[in-house]
Design a protein around this ligand. Structure first.
Ligand code: MN
Length: 148
């Protein structure tokens, strides 16, 4: 690996390819691109990914045992973590603890791009079942926010 991978366009880097966000197709996410910026070649026990959610798009509503450490790089949007819905902007930090519901939504005008640090060895995300969705929707701002 070369030591330097310059940014070639906003949110694009030399030698870094785009990967499918999820293996499965579905309506539970919309217009999300994923790039692995730093993977196993580093020898570190973590991976740094860059996600870009297109205007009006959203990531999957999910939770899992592994935490996420997120820094927003570009655009504007909103996020759900647990029962909190909040606006996010470039350079904001978002902390997703283990087993906490989370979802990211881009605003209507611009993509939302963010870095996400995870453990290299991690469990698979799970999506809410009907009872968990009903529980989440008890809070009006969460009900308004989530896309499934
Ligand atoms: Mn996740």
């Amino acid at each position: 690996m070369r030591p330097h991978a310059p940014e070639t366009a906003p949110g694009r880097w030399e030698g870094v390819e785009e990967r499918p966000y999820r293996e499965e197709e579905g309506a539970h996410f919309r217009d999300v691109r994923r790039q692995l910026l730093f993977g196993e070649e580093t020898g570190l026990p973590c991976e740094l990914r860059y996600f870009e959610v297109g205007p009006g798009g959203h990531s999957a509503l999910e939770r899992h045992a592994h935490p996420h450490a997120v820094m927003v790089l570009r655009g504007m949007g909103r996020a759900l973590v647990g029962e909190s819905v909040f606006a996010v902007a470039p350079h904001d930090l978002v902390r997703v603890p283990p087993w906490t519901w989370h979802q990211f939504r881009a605003g209507a005008e611009a993509p939302l791009g963010f870095l996400c640090l995870v453990a290299r060895e991690r469990d698979r995300p799970v999506r809410p079942g009907p009872e968990e969705l009903a529980e989440l929707r008890r809070k009006p701002e969460v009900a308004e926010f989530i896309r499934t």
